[in-house]
Design a protein around this ligand. Sequence first.
Ligand code: FE2
Length: 160
Amino acid sequence: MESHDLVTWQKSYSVNIPLIDSQHIELVNLTNKLYQGCLKGKESTAEVFMQVVHSTVDYVKYHFSTEEKIMERINYPDFAVHKNEHNDFVREVLKAVEDFSKGTSFKPLNFVMYLKEWILAHIAYSDTLLGKYLINLKQTGELQNITLKIKQDSDRFLFE
Ligand SMILES: [Fe+2]
């Protein structure tokens, strides 16, 4: 852990699906990078945001598409609700990035706090529900008929 991290990954954040956890850890790392940028004064903040904000957006989209592929594959009952949460968040983040590029009304620290709060709240509720649902499917043997490889993630298995 860096000395000035905003978020420290806790075991309690785990949704018990290694593939999803590893992506959440990467989101936490990106949030910490942006936060560290905020601690360095105005010019460095802008520089860090320039470098990190686009990879954060890309990673968020990549991560959401992983979860959405899983949800589709298992016919997840709350798929539409969960996907809407993802879409709303992406919309908010893209708006913030646009404000940042225009240099108008963009407050880096507020943005980082928003990222942190959203990610942790979403993991604690929606992703935890998804994790429980998957584990339940695994325990009842219903996952056996479903291909568990997620192609986009280098053929990693959900449960390793
Ligand atoms: Fe999610």
